[in-house]
Design a protein around this ligand. Structure first.
Ligand code: AMP
Length: 523
């Protein structure tokens, strides 16, 4: 691991590693994952680093207590600075580079002249009321870091939900070439959200502070039981906080998680956010209230029977099987129709953003539509089959179609299979399955499949070798590598029939939905 304190050092390093990285065989270049922090690292930060490590070849962590985002009476001076400890934690977590510049190096004192000014209406509410200038300071420094590090992905905690929404807006408005990856809040066993500022709390205060999470949980339960009126949900939090008189709420509000506009009622999604003071410490926390049916994500190696299982699970539970393979086929058809060279990535990227794929689900076999045109048959031709892998291997294609899949999943009620559905496409899926089988068993199944299709007999050892190679490629590829989510349930299907696997997943789904509704009864 390298540590740089100067812009020159960092830039020189990044240039050298980018030159050294060979262009990977399956078409993608190496990617940089970036985790901006103010140091005093805890498990919350480490969860961001871990995710960046999983998804990128190079991981850069910045440690910088940014004066631009502190008000005059705030804790800039006493904010914990623990570089040596942070360094050891980063090293353990497999970070490649720490960038820990001085205030002078970042030209933040005296305050820099050029600032990033996010929309005033996103900065004025919630924390912005008592922290004027804070989000402008965050947006300015983060934009500077983006320019220096030039990351492909940047990881931010949902814990700072207003910051996240504002930075997403900045990235959209300025077309910054980075994907913001939101990461879930990491909490202590008591429910208290981890924060570097928790170091200011006494043991007694720590216990008291857990009331914030209890308040949010009460509102979550109420929401799950059908309550949608913001005032009632906010009141549920208030009541819980009132039980701890020394907790002084600053705000408790329900807003749209993207625009941060206040909501009277929650239709699809609401961000329930709060800030409170406890002694001299200011704490924030939040939760997303989401009205959607569950999502079942099934990942696993090739040949484990994911799509067969996913289709039957969807059928049995009355959910929609989101056929991501059909989406890649639909785009391939669209590119072929346009007469564009399939290896011309920029041209394909343009088409990927003009190709609106939809499914009509009220028919026995779902109808696939591209910009309103029925292509259900057209995407199954041998020509499409022959070219779909060339299209699916392109980073811009993956990005465009993942966005379409995510917007399809907004209302839930879907089953999706793939390699990185539970880790990347739907990291908040309610049920995550990692379906696997030994190489020997997958080879045996493949041999039977080939036989039943009347194909010439295949040697078992050759099939095993081919599956071994495919596994290796799938786990190491830069685009959508095979990943098991840490909260996925592994099903090892060697000794199981398709019906056994189906029953296991259906039972898990039913247990999950039952526990969600049980929660709401416990208010
Ligand atoms: P900070 O060092 O407080 O500026 O935080 C750096 C990043 O870590 C931000 O994206 C935070 O949202 C994120 N973060 C801080 N605390 C947590 C937590 N408890 N869970 C998840 N992410 C967090």
């Amino acid at each position: 691991m390298r540590l740089f304190t100067t812009v020159a050092g960092l830039r020189c390093y990044l240039k050298s590693v980018q030159k050294k990285q060979p262009v990977a065989t399956d078409s993608a270049e190496s990617t940089i994952g970036f985790v901006p922090t103010m140091g005093a690292l805890h498990t919350g930060h480490l969860s961001l680093i871990e995710r960046a490590r999983q998804e990128n070849q190079i991981v850069v962590v910045s440690i910088f207590v940014n004066p631009l985002q502190f008000g005059v009476n705030e804790d800039f001076g006493r904010y914990p600075r623990t570089l040596e400890r942070d360094r050891a934690l980063c090293e353990q977590a497999g970070v490649d580079v720490i960038f820990a510049p001085t205030v002078a190096e970042m030209a933040t004192v005296p305050p820099i002249q050029t600032r990033v000014q996010p929309p005033a209406e996103m900065m004025s509410g919630l924390c912005g009321v008592v922290r004027p200038g804070h989000f402008e300071g965050v947006a300015t420094i983060v934009t500077k870091f983006f320019n220096l590090v030039q990351p492909d992905r940047a990881y931010f905690g949902q814990k700072d939900a207003q910051q996240l929404a504002i930075l997403q807006q900045v990235v959209r408005d300025l077309n910054l070439p980075v994907t913001i990856v939101p990461c879930p809040i990491v909490r202590e066993p008591s429910g208290l959200a981890l924060s570097s500022r928790n170091q200011y709390l006494s043991d007694e205060e720590r216990i008291k502070a857990s009331a914030l999470y209890r308040g949010l949980s009460q509102a979550e339960k109420l929401f799950r039981s059908g309550e949608r009126v913001s005032a009632t949900l906010v009141q549920a939090v208030k009541q819980e906080l009132e039980k701890v008189p020394s907790l002084q709420p600053e705000y408790i509000e329900l807003v749209d998680p993207m625009t941060l506009k206040s909501l009277d009622t929650v239709t699809d999604e609401g961000l329930l956010a709060l800030a409170a003071r406890l002694g001299s410490t200011r704490l924030i926390d939040n939760t997303i209230l989401r009205d959607r049916r569950p999502i079942i994500a099934i990942d696993g190696p090739a040949g484990a029977g994911k799509s067969t299982v996913a289709r039957s699970v969807a059928k049995q539970l009355g959910l929609f099987y989101l056929d991501t393979g059909a989406m890649y086929r639909a785009l391939t058809w669209f590119v072929l129709e346009a007469g564009v060279d399939l290896r011309d990535e920029p041209a394909v990227a343009e088409l990927a953003h003009q190709c609106e794929i939809d499914f009509q689900t009220d028919t026995a076999i779902p109808v696939v539509l591209v910009n309103g045109q029925d292509v259900t048959q057209a995407i199954r031709t041998p020509e499409v089959t022959a070219h779909v892998s060339t299209i699916a291997a392109q980073a811009a294609v993956r990005e465009a179609l993942v966005k379409q899949q995510q917007s399809y999943g907004r209302r839930g009620g879907i089953v999706v299979d793939g390699r990185d559905i539970g880790t990347h496409v739907f990291p908040d899926a309610e049920v995550k399955i990692y379906l696997t089988a030994s190489i020997q068993e997958r080879a045996r199944r493949r041999q039977l499949d080939l036989k039943s299709m009347g194909q010439p007999a295949a040697n078992l050892a050759d099939l095993e070798q081919a599956i071994f190679e495919r596994d290796r490629k799938d786990s190491t590829r830069t685009i959508s590598p095979l990943r098991k989510a840490s909260d996925a349930i592994e099903i090892q299907s060697d000794a199981m029939s398709v019906a056994d696997v189906l029953n296991t997943i259906v039972t898990l789904y039913q247990e999950k939905t039952a526990s969600l509704s049980l929660d709401s009864l416990e208010i």
